[in-house]
Design a protein around this ligand. Structure first.
Ligand SMILES: *[C@@H]1O[C@H](CO)[C@@H](O)[C@H](O)[C@H]1NC(C)=O
Ligand SMILES: *[C@@H]1O[C@H](CO)[C@@H](O)[C@H](O)[C@H]1NC(C)=O
Ligand SMILES: *[C@@H]1O[C@H](CO)[C@@H](O)[C@H](O)[C@H]1NC(C)=O
Length: 337
C-alpha cells in the first residue's frame, strides 16, 4: 500500500530520580504515555488529499452505503491518501469485542471502493465507549482489515500537515455523572482527572514542537456547533485555549450528525463538523452568527481536504456526491533557512 503508516513507538519512560517521596510524584506525572506518532508521507509533489467521515457504522442503513458509494467515486477523482474517521464508528454501542461481526458489516463490507482501500485513522466516539472500547484499538482488527487504525490519542505527521487526534469522550462530565442507563467502558481512562491533564499536556507539547505548515486537530466532540449537541463546554474550557495558543488551522469533529463549517472570527480556527456518515436529519439547528456560519447541512455526506505547502481546500459533499460548500485558504511558501 502506498503511504503506509510507519510506527514510531512513543518514548514514555519516566525519569527515576531518588528524592524520597518526590520520586513517586515524578513517576506519576510522567506516566502519561507520550502520544504515539505515525508518519504518512504526502504525494511526491508534497500534496495530500484525504476524506473525513464521522458517525457512520450502521451496517449500511440510513444512507451509510450511499455515502460510501460516493466516497468511492470522488475518492478516485481526488486520489485520496487516507480517510479520517471522527468516531462513533459502530452503533449503537461500539463493538462487543474483536470478533464482533459489526466490524465487517459496518466497515469492511461497506467501504469497498478501490479508492477507499487506504489507511483509515480513527478516534473513538461516545457510542464506541458504550461497547468494548479497547477492542477497537486492537491490532486484531487491523489483521482483519489492514486499513484499520484506531487509537485514543495520537499524531500523524504527513510532512506538509500534522494531525493531532484527541480522545474527547473522557472530557464530558455527563457520561460520568448522568450516564442515563448507558454503561461506558472506562478501562484505561481512570483516574479521569489525571488522564485528562496528561492528555492536555501532551497535546500542548506536541503542538508547540510541531513545525508543520498546517496543524489539524481531529476529535469526536464539537467545540463550536449549532447542532443538537452544541458546543462541548468541557472542551471550550480545557482544550480550546491550547488550540488557540498554538494557532491550529482546523478543528475537525463529528458528534453532531451533520456537515458544518464555522469560521471563527476571533481565533481564525475553522471548526469543521463531518458527522454525516449515516443517520442524520435531526431537524435541530440553533442560531449562529451568519458571519461565522459558512455551512450547516442537516443531512448525510462527507468532507474532503486537499493540502499543499501553500494552500488548503475543504469541500463538503452530500449523499449524491454533489458539492455543498467549498472553502480555501493560503499561506506563504515556508522559508526553512
Ligand atoms: C437518504 O438521503 C436522501 C437524500 O438526501 C434523503 O431524502 C433520505 O431521507 C435519506 N434517508 C435517510 C434514512 O436518512
Ligand atoms: C465479512 O462478510 C462477508 C460477506 O458476508 C463474508 O464473506 C466474510 O467472510 C466476512 N469476513 C469476516 C472476517 O467475517
Ligand atoms: C478559493 O476561494 C475563492 C473564493 O472564496 C475562489 O475564488 C478561488 O477560486 C478558490 N481557489 C481555489 C484554488 O479553489
Amino acid at each position: 500500500m502506498e503511504g503506509k503508516a510507519i510506527v514510531f513507538p512513543g518514548i514514555s519512560m519516566g525519569v527515576l530520580v531518588s528524592f524520597g517521596a518526590l520520586t513517586l510524584c515524578l513517576v506519576l506525572s510522567s506516566a502519561s504515555a507520550v502520544l504515539q506518532r505515525f508518519h504518512h508521507p504526502p504525494k511526491p509533489d508534497a500534496s495530500l488529499s484525504f476524506f473525513v467521515i464521522g458517525d457512520w457504522g450502521r451496517k449500511g442503513a440510513y444512507n451509510q452505503s450511499q455515502v460510501a458509494l460516493q466516497m468511492g467515486v470522488i475518492g478516485e477523482q481526488l486520489d485520496i491518501d487516507f480517510v479520517i474517521s471522527t468516531g462513533d464508528n459502530f452503533y449503537e454501542s461500539g463493538l462487543t469485542g474483536i470478533d464482533d461481526p459489526a466490524f465487517n458489516e459496518s466497515f469492511t463490507k461497506i467501504y469497498t471502493a478501490s479508492s477507499l482501500q487506504k489507511q483509515w485513522y480513527s478516534v473513538l466516539g461516545n457510542h464506541d465507549y458504550r461497547g468494548n472500547a479497547e477492542a477497537q484499538l486492537s491490532p486484531a482488527l487491523t489483521n482483519l482489515d489492514k486499513r484499520w487504525l484506531c487509537l485514543r490519542s495520537f499524531i500523524v505527521n504527513a510532512e506538509v500537515a500534522e494531525f493531532f487526534f484527541v480522545d474527547t469522550t473522557p472530557f464530558v462530565d455527563k457520561y460520568f455523572l448522568k450516564p442515563k442507563g448507558h454503561v461506558y467502558d472506562w478501562s484505561g481512562i481512570l483516574p479521569r482527572q489525571q488522564y485528562i491533564s496528561n492528555l492536555l499536556k501532551d497535546v500542548d507539547l506536541a503542538l508547540k514542537q510541531s513545525n508543520a505548515k498546517w496543524k489539524i486537530v481531529v476529535a469526536h466532540h464539537t467545540i463550536r456547533s449549532a447542532g443538537v449537541h452544541g458546543n462541548t463546554d468541557e472542551l471550550v474550557k480545557q482544550l480550546l485555549p491550547i488550540l488557540e495558543a498554538n494557532k491550529i488551522d482546523l478543528y475537525i469533529n463529528g458528534h453532531d450528525h451533520c456537515l458544518q463549517h464555522i469560521s471563527s472570527l476571533d481565533s481564525g480556527i475553522q471548526f469543521l463538523t463531518s458527522g454525516g456518515g449515516s443517520k442524520a436529519w435531526r431537524g435541530v439547528v440553533d442560531w449562529w452568527n451568519p458571519e461565522e456560519m459558512k455551512l450547516y447541512y442537516d443531512g448525510q455526506g462527507f468532507m474532503s481536504v486537499h493540502i499543499t505547502e501553500t494552500e488548503i481546500n475543504v469541500v463538503f459533499y452530500d449523499v449524491f456526491g454533489q458539492v455543498l460548500h467549498k472553502w480555501n485558504s493560503s499561506k506563504q511558501l515556508h522559508s526553512y533557512w
